[in-house]
Write a protein that binds this ligand. Structure first.
Ligand SMILES: Cc1ncc(COP(=O)(O)O)c(C=O)c1O
Length: 388
C-alpha cells in the first residue's frame, strides 16, 4: 500500500524532532552533527535564536499580504540585494525551482521584447540541476529526471561540462542565454574555474547572449564570498538564489539587471506567496548577518580549517577517498567507494552528509559551525570511513 507521503524519496531511517545549531536530535535523544544543513539551507544552523526572534516578531505583526499591494518587508530585502549585488531588481519566489522558471521566462521575454523572438534557446551543462518543474527538468535533460514525463519544454541545448569548443559551436542565432551554476551542487561539487566564468561572460558579451547564474546552492555566503561568482570578478545578467537566503524558511529570488528584466512588465509574472512578509523578514535578517565582512572572514577561516582536516582524512583513507574539492563551506569528498555507503556509515557514526553525482559526498554545514563541531564532524567521518 502506498504511504500517505508520496514515496518519491528513498528516506534514511532517521527522524529528527529538534535542532540546535549544527546538531539534529532524534526523539530518543540521539544527536547527529549535521553537515547537510537541509542541503545548504540552514545557513545559521537550526533554531537560530536571532532568526527565531525575527520570525516571531513578524508573525505577531503580519504574515501574508498579496502582491496586489506594496510589501515593506519585501522592498527592504530587495533594496538590500540590489545594494549588495550586480542586480537592479528582484522577484521573490518560494523555492529555487520557481526562480529557475522565472529566469527562463525572463531570458526569452527579453529577446521577444527586443524584436528577436527566434532567440529562445538556453544552453546548459551536463550535471546541472535547476529544480524539478517541467521547465527545470528540461533544462537539465538528465535521463533520470526526464524519463516518463512526456514531451519536454523545447529550447534547451545540453553541452558537456567544460568543453569550450562544444560551447562555441553551439551558440547560434537562436541562443537566448547560457545558464550555469558557478559550482555544481547536485552534480558533485564541481567548481567552474574562474577563467571559464570569465570566458562565458566574454562570449555572452561578444555574441549578445544573456548570462544566467544559478546560485541556489552556492550563493548566500556559502563559498566565503556573498556570491560564488565574485571569485571570478564577473557578474551575470540574471541570477537565481534560494536555499540559504531563507535560513530554513522557504524563500528564493531572481535578481536581474534592469536591461535583462526589461521584458517583465506588469502582468507577465506573479506569485501568491512569493515575497511574503514572513519570508522577507527572515531573508533580510539572514542577509544582514552573512553579508558582514567579519562573518565572511569567519566562513573562510572555518572553511580552511575544515579543508585541512579533510585533506588529512583523505590521506588516512586512500582506499575510500580520492580528493577534497569545493570552495568555502561547499565541500565535496570525491570517493572511491559508493557515496551512499559512506553516508550510511556516517549515520551510524552520528554525522549527516549528502551524496551527490560524480561519486561525491557533500559537506554543506551551517556557516556558523563551531571549530569544535568541525573537529568532531571530521572525527565522525573518519569513524565512518574506518567502518566501511
Ligand atoms: C543549483 C540548484 N538550482 C535549483 C535548485 C532547486 O531548488 P528548490 O529545491 O528550492 O526548488 C536546487 C536544489 O537543490 C539547486 O541546487
Amino acid at each position: 500500500m502506498i504511504s500517505s507521503v508520496l514515496p518519491t524519496y528513498n528516506r534514511a531511517p532517521l527522524s529528527f524532532v529538534k535542532g540546535e545549531g549544527s546538531w539534529l536530535i532524534e526523539a530518543d535523544g540521539r544527536r547527529f552533527l549535521d553537515l547537510g544543513a537541509g542541503i545548504a539551507v540552514n545557513t545559521l544552523g537550526h533554531a537560530n535564536p536571532e532568526l527565531a526572534q525575527t520570525l516571531k516578531d513578524q508573525a505577531d505583526t503580519l504574515w501574508h499580504v498579496s502582491n496586489l499591494y506594496k510589501i515593506p518587508a519585501q522592498e527592504k530585502l530587495a533594496d538590500m540585494l540590489v545594494d549588495l549585488t550586480f542586480a537592479d531588481t528582484c522577484f521573490f519566489t518560494n523555492s529555487g525551482t520557481e526562480a529557475a522558471e522565472l529566469a527562463i521566462k525572463m531570458a526569452r521575454k527579453y529577446w521577444y521584447t527586443k524584436g528577436q523572438p527566434e532567440k529562445i534557446e538556453i544552453i546548459t551543462f551536463d550535471g546541472c540541476f535547476h529544480g524539478r518543474s517541467t521547465g527545470a527538468i528540461a533544462a537539465s535533460g538528465a535521463e533520470k529526471m526526464v524519463k516518463g514525463f512526456g514531451p519536454l519544454m523545447p529550447g534547451f541545448v545540453h553541452l558537456p561540462f567544460g568543453d569550450h569548443e562544444a560551447l562555441t559551436a553551439a551558440v547560434s542565432d537562436k541562443t537566448a542565454a547560457i545558464m550555469i551554476e558557478p559550482i555544481q551542487g547536485e552534480g558533485g561539487i564541481r567548481v567552474v574555474p574562474d577563467q571559464c566564468l570569465k570566458g562565458l561572460r566574454d562570449l555572452c558579451d561578444e555574441k549578445g547572449i544573456l548570462l544566467i547564474f544559478d546560485e541556489v546552492q552556492c550563493g548566500v555566503a556559502r563559498t566565503g564570498k556573498l556570491f560564488a561568482h565574485e571569485y571570478a570578478g564577473v557578474t551575470p545578467d540574471i541570477m537565481m538564489i534560494a536555499k540559504g537566503i531563507g535560513g530554513g524558511f522557504p524563500l528564493g529570488a531572481v535578481l536581474a539587471t534592469e536591461e535583462a528584466a526589461s521584458g517583465m512588465t506588469a502582468g507577465t509574472h506573479g506569485s501568491t506567496y512569493g515575497g511574503n512578509p514572513l519570508g522577507c523578514a527572515i531573508g533580510a535578517k539572514v542577509l544582514e548577518i552573512v553579508s558582514d565582512p567579519a562573518f565572511l572572514a569567519e566562513v573562510n577561516r572555518k572553511a580552511s580549517l575544515m579543508r585541512q582536516k579533510l585533506e588529512g582524512l583523505v590521506a588516512a583513507h586512500p582506499d575510500v577517498f580520492e580528493s577534497v574539492r569545493g570552495q568555502g563551506l561547499m565541500l565535496g569528498l570525491k570517493c572511491k567507494v559508493a557515496p551512499g555507503d559512506l553516508v550510511a556509515k556516517g549515520y551510524e557514526a552520528g554525522v549527516l552528509t549528502v551524496p551527490a553525482a560524480d561519486n561525491v559526498v557533500r559537506l554543506l554545514p551551517a556557516l556558523n559551525i563551531s571549530d569544535e563541531d568541525i573537529s568532531d564532524a571530521v572525527a565522525r567521518i573518519d569513524a565512518a570511513a574506518k567502518a566501511l
